[in-house]
Design a binder for this molecule. Structure first.
Ligand code: ARG
Length: 458
């Protein structure tokens, strides 16, 4: 049964119907559409459109439908209804006859669809927030156990300065805290009810929009109906939240792929999240991480896609907007699965503390320390930088670490160098000296772990 037909002489072309219908993907809004229909029936009763018996009959039937689709939402898919809104209405009409036909009084699919979609976003944002929380917890657990796992930090993928594995974990915790906060902001902005806006200009019935919002768990109601039915900012925001977070997940994956490479070997991924080669028996490939990195591209595409769909649309609702759902659903599913896979990787991760430590040998990650040492002896930093550069060249020449050069050799470059230089070249001392706020020293890392844990519950 179609919701409109009166003004048409011919029936719909079969191929156009397939092209136009959205039930195959918007069936995922069934629960939200039914909940808002129940709320709407109450608003209609208050507006004297339905009597209490009629409202109860509608609500009971909608609740039966709700239970049915909660058990198996895919039952919806065998119908040839145009979309989820038509499906719910047609079910009511087939059960309740004329009464079923009353529910759409004063309502349009334009306010209905954005109400259902916002409710769907609210549920899914909460799921994403929980998933991100688990990811942060998994990172913090590894950080706690690896405060002494010293390794090279990189810039330009070249050895730079010593860090710890814990510190690396904490860098990603920061990114995921920002993702978490962005989602919360998005949630705050979308938490306004569109129901009661009608097709584009409001409704003539005496509908209490605040009560409707209250029934559906929205904080407040939207201001302008013309804007409300054409607003998909929350879809853009949620997908851009995903796009940013997927960049984080992709960089996280790339770091781990590098750490897991044969040459680096700081970590070993568990058998559970790796796969072999059909030809080369020795292979154990980090497919899980490569897929996270790869899927990031798709999400950037989804963001550009929906931006372009909405760009230049005249007010208010246009059918182009039906295209918002598939990309939103796919994006949220992909984002959630990438977070879950990252958690799985972390829970089973083996960290080779010795390989991490050994990578620091002859890495010259203590070169900055030597320059700072010369500064402490009164040499201007730029001159100290140049002297240390020359010492490094000599050490490379001798295939030695800085700390392997004896005092006599060091004094050839700068007579101010004395025996105490060796204690500052020690990597632990390099770490501990960086005790500025946010630095890599053990005390700062301990503090960062503590405040990240506090943040979990904020
Ligand atoms: N399936 C449509 C969508 O997702 C519902 C809204 C239809 N509204 C309309 N005026 N044709 O956008």
């Amino acid at each position: 049964m179609s919701l409109w037909g009166g003004r048409f002489r011919d029936s719909i072309n079969h191929n156009f119907k397939n092209f136009n219908d959205s039930l195959q993907f918007d069936y995922r809004l069934a629960e939200q559409d039914i909940m808002s229909s129940i709320a709407w029936s109450k608003a209609l009763m208050k507006a004297n459109v339905l009597n209490s018996k009629e409202q109860k009959q509608l609500e009971d039937e909608l609740s039966v439908l709700l239970n049915k689709i909660r058990i198996n939402p895919e039952v919806i898919l065998s119908s040839n209804a145009e979309d989820i809104h038509s499906w719910v209405e047609s079910k009511l009409i087939s059960k309740l006859g004329e009464l079923g036909k009353k529910l759409h009084t004063g309502r349009s699919r334009n306010d209905q669809v954005t109400t259902a979609l916002k409710l769907w976003c609210k549920v899914n944002i909460n799921q994403l927030l929980n998933n991100i929380l688990e990811l942060k917890k998994a990172l913090i657990l590894i950080a706690e156990c690896n405060q002494d796992t010293i390794m090279p930090g990189y810039t330009h993928l070249q050895h730079a300065q010593p860090i710890t594995f814990a510190y690396w974990c904490l860098a990603y915790v920061e990114m995921f805290i920002r993702d978490n906060n962005r989602l919360k902001d998005t949630l705050k902005r979308l938490d306004v009810s569109p129901l009661g806006c009608g097709a584009l200009a409001g409704t003539t019935y005496n509908i209490d929009r605040h009560q409707l919002a209250n029934l559906l768990g929205f904080k407040s109601v939207t201001n302008n109906s013309l804007d409300t039915v054409s607003d998909r900012d929350y879809v853009l925001e949620l997908i851009s939240n995903a796009a940013i977070s997927m960049i984080h997940l992709s960089r996280f994956a790339e770091d781990l792929i590098f750490f897991n490479s044969n040459e680096v070997g700081f970590i070993e991924l568990s058998d559970e999240v790796t796969s072999g080669s059909s030809l080369m028996p020795q292979k154990k490939n980090p497919d899980v991480l490569e897929l996270i990195r790869g899927k990031c591209g798709k999400i950037q595409g989804a963001l550009t896609g929906i931006m372009m769909t909405l760009k230049g649309l005249p007010l208010s609702y246009n059918k182009d907007m039906q295209e918002d759902k598939e990309c939103l659903f796919n994006t949220v599913d992909t984002w959630n699965s990438c977070i879950s896979m990252s958690i799985l990787v972390l829970t089973k991760l083996k960290i080779n503390k010795n390989r991490c430590k050994d990578a620091l040998k002859k890495s010259y990650c203590n070169a900055t320390e030597l320059a700072d040492y010369l500064v402490s002896k009164g040499i201007p930093f730029r001159t100290a930088h140049c002297i240390v550069g020359k010492i490094i060249l000599e050490a490379i020449n001798q295939k030695a670490a800085l700390e392997d050069l004896d005092l006599k050799q060091l004094k050839n470059f700068c007579p101010l160098i004395t025996e105490d230089v060796y204690s500052i070249l020690n990597f632990q001392s390099c770490l501990d000296k960086r005790s500025s706020q946010g630095g890599v020293s053990s005390s700062q890392v301990r503090q960062a772990i503590k405040s990240a844990k506090k943040n979990f519950f904020s």
